[in-house]
Design a protein around this ligand. Structure first.
Ligand SMILES: Cc1cc2nc3c(=O)[nH]c(=O)nc-3n(C[C@H](O)[C@H](O)[C@H](O)COP(=O)(O)O)c2cc1C
Length: 309
């Protein structure tokens, strides 16, 4: 029997497989579809203080190797999440795992407010916060929080001061080097990193000569981004001791194992869930089978176990 437990900072996971924010609802919608005993955590769709409508339709489009979406972080706000969604999660899921609450805001102060509100709820099934820093900083003219190391450090520090929950920062992939952003997270007091978020993308309908998405552009996810994500996880692991939750095009166990060998402690399944909801369970079984085949007694031994000369 392979020991599948891993620790993402202070977040204890019974397997190294989680679900990615925005692709698994609020954790309870898949209750009849997948075996939660194979999961280490679920990540909820991003929440901010108030309800937010997201972008106009159409806001997603399938492309070769993935999906381009511009949902725009639609949600009902943190109160609704804590009172309704967490209530349903605790009632509907028979074998629940910790929920990673994905948070965002339009200002540094809003991030801290959402973090404080989630902490104050002290829900026993809330295991960690994940900060989505790939959203516009309205006060600073719309640049994203995750694309300026100084701003990133400041917002991470504000959230750190507002919560004792394990704090994961989800990094943007579209930066020249990930290292200054990792330092900002370390200095700000993050416990772990997650990467990658979607990659900026655009699709054009050539017959109508218009962008397919109402928002014009969106974010690419799925198989197509996997090798780029592996490289970023590898670079990040070499630059920091913070544990890494990796996501980006995990469809099969081999994709997850690649992430772990590159340095991830755990992986999250995103777009693959839309076409095959049992992907996370299959990935978990596949990691265990790989460990047995290669003589690893515990899944955590895979982290950073790439052989290099
Ligand atoms: C429809 C959709 C909605 C998403 N919503 C969020 C979100 O609310 N917050 C967030 O941090 N990431 C969000 N993401 C990004 C995913 O969590 C993940 O980082 C990305 O899709 C890469 O993983 P994948 O290739 O396995 O999908 C979303 C992705 C998709 C496809």
């Amino acid at each position: 029997m392979v020991n599948m437990e891993v620790e993402l900072g202070a977040l204890k996971m019974r397997t190294p497989v989680a679900t990615a924010s925005g692709t698994f609802g609020y954790g309870y919608e898949y209750a009849d579809l997948i075996d939660y005993s194979k999961l280490g955590a679920v990540t909820a769709k991003g929440v901010r203080m108030e309800a937010w409508p997201g972008n106009p339709m159409p806001r997603h489009c399938e492309v070769e190797g993935g999906l381009v979406n511009a949902i725009g972080l639609q949600g009902q706000g943190v109160k609704h999440f804590l009172e309704r969604d967490m209530f349903l999660y605790s009632r509907v899921v028979k074998d629940p795992v910790p929920v990673i609450v994905n948070i965002w805001g339009q200002s540094e102060e809003e991030y801290a407010e959402v973090a404080a509100a989630v902490s104050a709820a002290a829900h026993p099934l809330i295991g960690a916060l994940e900060m989505n820093v790939s959203c516009p900083n309205v006060k600073a003219g719309g640049h994203t929080f995750g694309q300026d190391p100084k701003v990133l450090e400041s917002v991470v520090a504000k959230v750190r001061a507002a919560t004792k929950l394990p704090l994961i920062v989800k990094l943007a992939p579209n930066v020249p080097s990930i290292v200054p952003y990792i330092r900002a997270c370390e200095n700000g007091g993050a416990d772990a990193l997650s990467l990658i978020n979607t990659i900026p993308a655009m699709v054009i309908d050539i017959e109508r000569r218009v962008p397919v998405l109402a928002n014009r552009s969106g974010g690419l996810s799925g198989r197509a981004i996997h090798p780029a994500a592996v490289k970023l996880v590898y670079d990040a692991h070499r630059a920091t001791k913070l544990p890494i939750l990796a996501m980006g095009g995990v469809y099969e166990a081999k994709d997850a194992i690649e992430f772990m060998l590159a340095g991830a402690t755990a992986v999250a399944i995103g777009t693959a869930t839309f076409s095959a909801p049992d992907t996370a369970a299959k990935v978990c079984d596949g990691i265990a089978a790989y460990c047995e085949r290669h003589g690893f007694a515990a899944a955590k031994e895979l982290t950073g176990a790439i052989c290099e000369s």
